[in-house]
Design a binder for this molecule. Sequence first.
Ligand SMILES: *Cc1c(COP(=O)(O)O)cnc(C)c1O
Length: 396
Amino acid sequence: MKPMDLEERYGARNYAPLDIMIERAEGVWVWDVQGRRYLDCLAAYSAVNQGHCHPKIVAALVEQSRKVAVTSRAFRNAELGAFFRDVCELTGYERALPMNTGAEAVETAIKLARKWAYTRKGVEPGKAEILTFANNFHGRTTTIVGFSSEQQYRDGFGPFAPGFELLPFGDGAAARAAVGPDTAAVLVEPIQGEGGIIVPPDGFLAELREVCSERNALLIVDEIQSGLGRTGTMFAHEHDGIRPDVMLLGKALSGGLYPVSVVVADAAVMDVFQPGDHGSTYGGNPVGAAVARAALAVLQEERLVEKSARLGEHALRRLQGIEAPQVREVRGRGLWIGIELDESAGGARSTCERLAERGLLCKETHDHVIRFAPPLVIGREELDWAIDRIEEVLTA
Ligand SMILES: *Cc1c(COP(=O)(O)O)cnc(C)c1O
């Protein structure tokens, strides 16, 4: 059987991908099984900010795999300390807790916030509340989909964990009214990615920061997709000049080679975790640690954050200049741009299919938004080539 038939025959049906069968990739380009080349404008949801198969990150993966790959944290491993140091120096926090997927980092932060609330804030047992926002995306575990506002993510998967409340995204006054004595934390994406590249109004994160400080609640910022250069700053919350209490990283933390996520916080918060409170068999393994260190080094050596800012501004200006009646709005920050189409356009997926025919891989989000998020290693000419194709399709 062909790969596609095998997939259909044996795979679970929880995805409906575009029918592009990718066989190999390098930098911003991927090739399908027929040898056709595409420019990747999704970058695996920002997991490959450093470009596909970056040679330095691949080398770290191969080299470390030959030495020792997984030890479990029953023992120490020689790679972990340097990984913690690099992450803490980059983020400016005192402690790092490694996991694998983004959803696990979010789960870790939920446990951390609740234990902090009971042991430090003095919230009565079982009463801790976490405030999140409508239209959020934080992953797919049962606890996390329990506080999603997306019906499909929830339907059929309950009962859900209590202790979460949803607030309108971007509404600082609503948050101010909601944070109270039982609030352990406010959990927020600085820009809602899966939600359609929704940039909140200026001052929103600053207001969350202020109310959390006033009422002694933790501000947890999920930078799993927005962090590590995507929006033109190392972390998206820097645009608002704030410092969260807890930050979550994943995706590009390992440059797409291997799942690595991390929760960072200062000791006053993180030290509520004691030996045995939390863990993961693969979390903090030597391969993950070595790969993440290489991925962070590439981000800095190749000045990808500055590149994202510079090229992102250019891309946003060009995309906003496209005159097409079906385009409702073009918005974003850095190389993270959403093109919202009018409902009359018949859905962003069909536009993505037409872009694929012209050699561009894009993925719709929320039916009517095309997201544009190429690897940050993209060159100016490649970027203009991609935007020319988008213009062609949108104005056809
Ligand atoms: C992707 C994502 C997650 C979940 O990460 P996984 O690795 O898919 O579990 C969590 N939060 C945000 C903001 C994300 O974009």
